[in-house]
Write a protein that binds this ligand. Sequence first.
Ligand code: ASP
Length: 442
Amino acid sequence: MKKVVKFGGSSLANAEQVRKVTDIIRSDESRRFVVPSAPGKRFDKDTKVTDLLYRCYDQAGKKEEQTEFLNTLAEIRSRYADIIEGMGAELSLEDDFETIRINFEAQIGRDYAASRGEYLNGKVVAACLGFPFVDAAEVIRFAEDGTFLPEETQALMEQKLSGMDSAVVPGFYGADAGGKVHTFSRGGSDVTGSLVAKGIRADLYENWTDVPGFLVADPRIVDDPEVIETITYRELRELSYMGATVLHEDAIFPIRKDGIPINIRDTNDPSAPGTVIVESTCRKPRYTITGIAGKRGFCSINIEKSMMNAEIGFGRKVLQVFEDNGVSFEHIPSGIDTMTVYVHQSEFEDKEQQILAGIHRAVQPDFVEMESSLALIAVVGRGMKSTRGTAGRIFSALAHAKVNVKMIDQGSSELNIIIGVSDNDFETAVRAIYDIFVMTEA
Ligand code: ASP
């Protein structure tokens, strides 16, 4: 059994957290390939090392901010010194910090700057564990324009890691063939974890973070929501798209095809099983639904025209107007003589008048009506397919909670039901749906 274990920034924020991490790794012999993030926040108002690095690099580039630059660099250095001292590790980062100072002054790249958080933390974690350190620049390949190169990466990973029985590979970055460092987008250490798991053909990718797992609903809306035990990649996609984020979106693609499950775990509660993300499963979800997620800030454009149903190409012409204005649509529920387009308010607002004029020109509607401040809620679950009455339960719960439903969309996969409500009803609706499934089925 081989496991890749990735630890997020808050799991490595100080010596106390790093101690938990080394204990977790040592408690299971199969945890031998480790991917650390940079030290994150130690408390609410704290700054992540990655953000300090961006700031420090920008200061290094401005003549009048040299003092600030050196102060920020000292602040970063002390974050690592505290961990090294607290862990009693045998390691000096003096030479590394000298190189970093010179490279920052030479302004060799913002990605390089940001990547140093993981690079240094990789060295620290490797020293604490007595594992070899492998610079991600050697095993993760980008093109010169910063595009990630999966095949080259896989070849390098296999070449480097196949003969090793343990290693620490820092998250978040890699390099192009010329050695220039590039990073993934923020939170990208999750992606590195997936790539290492694929590279060594791991049996499991454990992603250790500061939450108990994927939650059935947003804890800012529902008090102490249940943890999802098992979720499929497709369900996860649906929920993440609607705002439930625990894992970087790009972390799924490298290992999905290889059938390597991801287990989200809590560093602060290591005995809890967390959430397992799998390609498919015959395990029934604990409740009929797997999760609920939602987003505010949508608006709807309702277009009416009598005999619309007979006009071939009507929908295409309307959507073309949105496309021409660079606005993507979310849903298009329709009636015989009506068609409604749901869009993100923030994308739509500036283009509103052009789009309205475009629709009038393209399809000569009888009537166009808009409504803003709408929220969309996705109720997601593989269990809905085989269960009668799910929609009935959702809508009677919403009716009891006095929520007016403005839109309903169930995909033919029966994996999700999307419900549009007014922004004001958003939280009430999420709570009502949670209660009807989780509280009554528990
Ligand atoms: N340290 C990087 C960030 O803050 C990457 C990561 O933590 O995954 O975004």
